[in-house]
Write a protein that binds this ligand. Structure first.
Ligand code: ADP
Length: 476
């Protein structure tokens, strides 16, 4: 057993060294991924080499032991089968083969011992290792018949030489493996440099990306691998951020532009008042009315800007509840008729339909469509509002006989600050934010908006909303 322990220690020595190094370095924690990977590969290589080495040494030593033992046994059994009486011949065998023989009866009592010293080691079954001043012995127990009696024979084979050779081979293997492993570690670390170069390049590029340099992108040339995947994903993210950033910039610039007009008008009236209006009742009245109008206008614009600044299609939060669409439309109808007596209205909203959604927001959106129909339809024109159902959708159609829109206009009317050329010149024209807001609200409800329009004939907006169920009432 002592020898096996020594053998084990010699063979596993490189594994101990590398695993100690590995843990030592891991604890330091400041090592790069490259170093960690290199160490991991080296540990794997060490284990593989150790398994090979142990396998080789075990095969070599077991094979040698087996040949020595079986050669002794073959000679011994040839002898007892041919010689009678057998014991003198066994005595001679023990001398010539340097293989002490001890014979036991079936009750394990010593019958014969070529060298009494070996009888003291007792009855080994089926085999045992004995160490004395002559070296290392392997005793193998076999049952047989000697001179007509059943006995058990223990033949001691000297394996000192084999053990020494095994230790020599083990040392040889270790002395080859350790330098091989060290060279492998160095090579693995050196080879790792190339692998991590793209990561270093990425870090360099990312460091340079700032709000003034949003167009920079990672290099995605080269073969397809996990890093390329990461670079592509990063670039896609940067595209989205850049797009959002540009839109935000555009929004701020458009918003400032929109606010400039009412402020300029107010300033104009204030200077006019300052110069001539203090005592002129008419100028005074006109200026107050104009300033009030512009202030209202600005108020409305700022409300819309705030809505757009706070919400977009993804961050819009709803307070959902189940309510009657029919009732809500009736409220809007009443309010509209009071505000606008100059148009003819046709309502078809009697079908009782309820929906799960944010009542206030949906009312706000529908008002936008109806206000537009009023704004862009000349006096006495007809505006038809119809509530209906189409498959799983509730539909609200707002149809006017107004100025209509060109196909080109239809592409952009939902963009922020877009106004068609006609509405731009129109006195009542808004800021081009209404439909952008309505779109956020309707899409926030997973609804759809369809538009049909023809210049000079009128337009129809159809809002389609899923009926929904109360249970998904939490804001999405
Ligand atoms: P605005 O406040 O200018 O009305 P919107 O976002 O509500 O802004 O509408 C954007 C543009 O779409 C309007 O300027 C107008 O050109 C066009 N538009 C919207 N609704 C109608 C309609 N019912 N008839 C004709 N044009 C319309």
């Amino acid at each position: 057993m002592g020898l096996m322990g020594v053998l084990k220690k010699i063979v596993l020595f490189p594994v101990y060294v590398v695993s100690w190094l590995y843990h030592f370095i891991r604890e330091k924690n400041t090592f790069s991924i490259r170093m960690r990977l290199s160490l991991r590969y080296t540990v794997i290589l060490t284990l593989a080499l150790s398994v090979c080495g142990v396998g080789f040494i075990a095969t070599y030593s077991l094979n040698s032991v087996y040949s020595a033992v079986s050669s002794n046994h073959t000679d011994f059994f040839n002898l007892i089968n041919t010689k009678s009486p057998a014991y003198p011949a066994i005595e001679e065998f023990a001398q010539t083969h340097s293989a002490p023989v001890v014979v036991y009866d079936l009750n394990e009592n010593v019958q014969f011992a070529s060298d009494p010293a070996y009888a003291q080691y007792g009855y080994q079954n089926p085999a045992g290792i004995v160490h004395d001043e002559h070296g290392l012995w392997l005793a193998v127990n076999r049952q047989t018949v000697i001179d007509g009696a059943f006995v058990r024979v223990l033949i001691y084979t000297n394996i000192t030489e084999i053990a020494a050779q095994t230790v020599y081979v083990a040392r040889l293997i270790v002395s080859i493996f350790v330098p091989v492993l060290l060279v492998a570690l160095i090579l693995v670390i050196a080879a790792g440099g190339g692998i991590f170069e793209p990561i270093r390049n990425m870090t360099r590029t990312v460091k340079h990306i700032s709000e003034r340099n949003l167009t920079l992108r990672l290099n995605v040339s080269g073969s397809k691998n996990e890093l390329k995947e990461l670079a592509l994903t990063f670039n896609e993210m940067m595209n989205r951020i850049e797009d959002q950033y540009n839109r935000q910039k555009q929004f701020v610039s458009d918003a400032s532009h929109e606010l400039r007009t009412p402020i300029a008008v107010i300033q104009g009236y204030v200077s006019m008042l300052d110069r001539w209006g203090k005592n002129d009742q008419e100028v005074l009245q006109e200026s107050i009315a104009a300033i009030k109008n512009e202030a209202d206008n600005m108020n409305e614009l700022i409300d819309k800007l705030l809505f757009l600044a706070r919400h977009d299609n993804n961050t819009f939060e709803l307070q959902k509840e189940e309510f009657s669409m029919t009732e809500m439309l009736s409220e809007i109808v009443k309010e509209t008729q009071i505000i606008d007596p100059s148009h003819r209205f046709a309502f078809d909203i009697n079908t009782e339909l309820s929906i799960c959604g944010d009542k206030n927001r949906l009312k706000q959106a529908l008002r936008i469509f109806i206000d537009n129909a009023i704004k862009y339809t000349p006096a006495h024109g007809e505006i038809a509002i119809k509530l209906g159902k189409e498959n799983r959708y509730i539909t609200v159609s707002i149809k006017d006989t107004g100025i209509g829109m060109t196909e080109e206009d239809l592409k952009y009317i939902f963009d922020r600050f877009y106004r068609s050329d006609k509405s731009r010149t129109k006195e009542k024209g808004g800021h081009g934010l209404g439909l952008a807001i309505a779109k956020i609200i309707i899409l926030g409800h997973k609804g759809k908006i369809k538009v049909r329009s023809r210049v000079g004939e009128g337009s129809e907006f159809i809002i389609m909303l899923e009926q929904g169920v109360v249970s998904d009432a939490a804001g999405e």
